[in-house]
Design a binder for this molecule. Sequence first.
Ligand SMILES: Cc1ncc(COP(=O)(O)O)c(C=O)c1O
Length: 438
Amino acid sequence: MTATEPVDLTVADLHPALGDPALTSMNFLNEVSERYPAAVSLAAGRPYEEFFDLAAVHRHLDTFHRHLTDDLGHSPEQARRLLLQYGRTKGIVHQLIARNLAVDEQITVDPEAVVVTVGCQEAMFLVLRALRAGPEDVLLAVAPTYVGLTGAARLVDLPVWPVAGGPSGVDVADLSVQVRRARAAGLRPRACYVMPDFANPSGVSISAEDRRRLLTLAAEEDLLLLEDNPYGLFHSADGPRPPTLKALDTGRRVVYLGSFAKTVLPGARVGYVVADQRVAGPDGRVGPLADQLAMIKSMVTVNTSPIAQAVIGGRLLENGCSLVAANIRERSAYTRNLRHLVTGLRRRFPGRAAVRWTVPAGGFFVVVTVPFPVDDALLDRSARDYGVLWTPMAHFYDDTAPVCALRLSVSAVTPQQIDVGLDRLTALITDEVARRAG
Ligand SMILES: Cc1ncc(COP(=O)(O)O)c(C=O)c1O
């Protein structure tokens, strides 16, 4: 449609978030990859599709169905209703999620504090919607920030106030400064959004010591921490992972956001939130924040598809509720790819201080810093003329300042594709440096 055609509405008549770069970002990136299907994509943070198995989906469903009848004693009618009818707003796999968190993360939670959601994205939306009580409320978020969080915050009119991330994943001293600065400006910081493990987009992880410092600061400043952990299982190194914030949380400071998109199936669209904070109602009755989130959910998606939950539940049951056990081959493929990418960068840019990159201890993402601003026009040119896709880091900052960095993802490619993609990226960077010098 052209601008001269008659229109019934303009974006200016709609919610101000529509048209905001945070909301258009994902569509733009998808459109670029659709326009250049032959390009090697080091952009997509999607899981590796070769592991997708339709037959396993049927088996998981059967496993969960058997669990309902054989373990929980449901009659065939009850089991059928549970799977096919509208259902409990907080979900039907909450007990299994609580077991999974105990087995894999040493997190002890009351299943009643779990809300099963339509992906982690809905979980973020519910939490932000609940926390935004008035115009003075702001959300602190470690920058660069996952764009899905920024977009959700926009939709509930909650400003996002950046906190320095830096090489350690979060600058705890800066968090303290920003809390005070926001309060001095008459604002009320409600929470700080963090991704302690292999963050999207930075790839960086927060040390165990800084996790403890974050919790101490949150208690001192009366802040909640929103811990988003979709990539934690995909650590490359042998040995134990640092504990999650939630595992260290003795004061109910942490709202934990989980996703099964990377550990089971993105197409199931199942995630969850653990919200065990005690909320006093107007009648004086006290219940978990999860109950308030469920109230919002009942007006957004009503309940998460029980069929999709059953698929997740079946996968959990088949693996003793351990997603660590269920993801051994995935973890090894992502680890192999991450190492391959970092080695490939080292080989292609030896001793060139102008091109630098992060070396994450796991996860999907590496950030490459280059000596020129990286924008959407360059991405378009990269796709068209060089046949390689990546993500401009500018998409993860909530301002318009130029950013000289791009994000590479290793999750949806083979080592051979990484080689081809890196050759093409190297050509782009070399040409761009020469073009700007000449
Ligand atoms: C950091 C982060 N949080 C949340 C999500 C959304 O997860 P889901 O697919 O479960 O909605 C993603 C997806 O890529 C992510 O990277």
